[in-house]
Design a protein around this ligand. Structure first.
Ligand SMILES: O=C(O)CCC(=O)C(=O)O
Length: 274
């Protein structure tokens, strides 16, 4: 399918998992009514709280999402949930479910959010989570998809690898901080879209979380870098048309993926004028 509607859900998830999932189901129904073929969600879609909380995959949350995928004949991208790793430090995992309700791929967040923000919070995600070890893309009837989660957006190498591996639409679900998001969220997403001439779908959390305020501003960016959908500051659904012919047209106009000089990109070849 070359042209279709994609939806991104903006959520204000808290520590009430059952309620969070009820809210998600209502928004999935709205997205399906708006003819979305893929529905994407933010990081930590089912739980944001202080408890150590995780599930198996498949498990409670993914089974529930699989039912919705079948009910509405859509693909569901779960944003991320905390996946039991049997070590006490779960993975931060995206699950992608097809309209038959099958989990067709899984991506585990690679880059741990270990930062100290001046006049803002400090985080040590690596104390509580296990990082993944694979970059993941998948071919579907709606194009080639790539997966990332939140802080990953700061690592352009990962996006370039997905684009070189064929990704046309890259998901960047997030629970971004207000402190960084106000200056970095939109420029980072637009840069990743422009440099890889791809769509970026970035569903976000909003609201007050245990130790910070989430930035929100769910975005969908096209391969020219234009913002084609942006959420208001409330839980909601945003939709946009994805047009893979438009993407190919942009890639013909600006073939930066083809014009790369991979023969030169080697740290050993940098001339240091000291
Ligand atoms: O990169 C940032 O500024 C925010 C990242 C983040 O909140 C996360 O990865 O959980």
């Amino acid at each position: 399918m070359r042209k279709f509607i994609i939806a991104a859900l903006q959520l204000n998830s808290n520590d009430n998992k059952k309620q969070n999932l009820r809210n998600v189901i209502t928004l999935i129904e709205e997205a399906a009514e708006r003819k979305a073929k893929i529905v994407a969600m933010p990081e930590n879609m089912n739980y944001v709280g202080v408890e150590k909380e995780s599930e198996t995959i498949p498990g409670y949350t993914t089974n529930l999402l699989a039912e919705q995928a079948v009910k509405y004949n859509i693909y569901i991208h779960c944003g991320s949930i905390s996946e039991d790793s049997k070590t006490g430090r779960p993975y931060n995992t995206t699950v992608f479910i097809n309209p038959k309700g099958e989990i067709i791929c899984k991506y585990r967040k690679l880059h741990m959010f270990d930062v100290d923000i001046k006049e803002g919070p400090s985080f040590r995600e690596s104390d509580n989570k296990t990082p993944g070890s694979e970059i993941v893309t998948i071919e579907t009837e709606y194009g080639n998809l790539g997966f990332s989660i939140c802080y990953d957006i700061r690592f352009p190498e990962m996006y370039r690898i997905m684009a070189l591996n064929g990704a046309q639409i890259i998901f960047a679900p997030a629970c971004f901080l207000m402190n960084t998001g106000k200056d970095h969220w939109e420029p980072l997403l637009r840069a990743r879209a422009i440099e890889n001439t791809c769509y970026i779908v970035a569903p976000a959390q909003i609201g007050i979380k245990p130790s910070y305020q989430a930035y929100g501003k769910t975005l969908i960016v096209d391969p020219w870098g234009n913002v084609i959908a942006k959420a208001m500051d409330k839980p909601c659904v945003v939709t946009s048309e994805i047009d893979l012919d438009y993407l190919e047209n942009i890639r013909k106009q600006v073939p930066s993926l083809k014009n790369r000089r991979s023969d030169i990109y080697d740290l050993k070849k940098v001339i240091k004028n000291n």
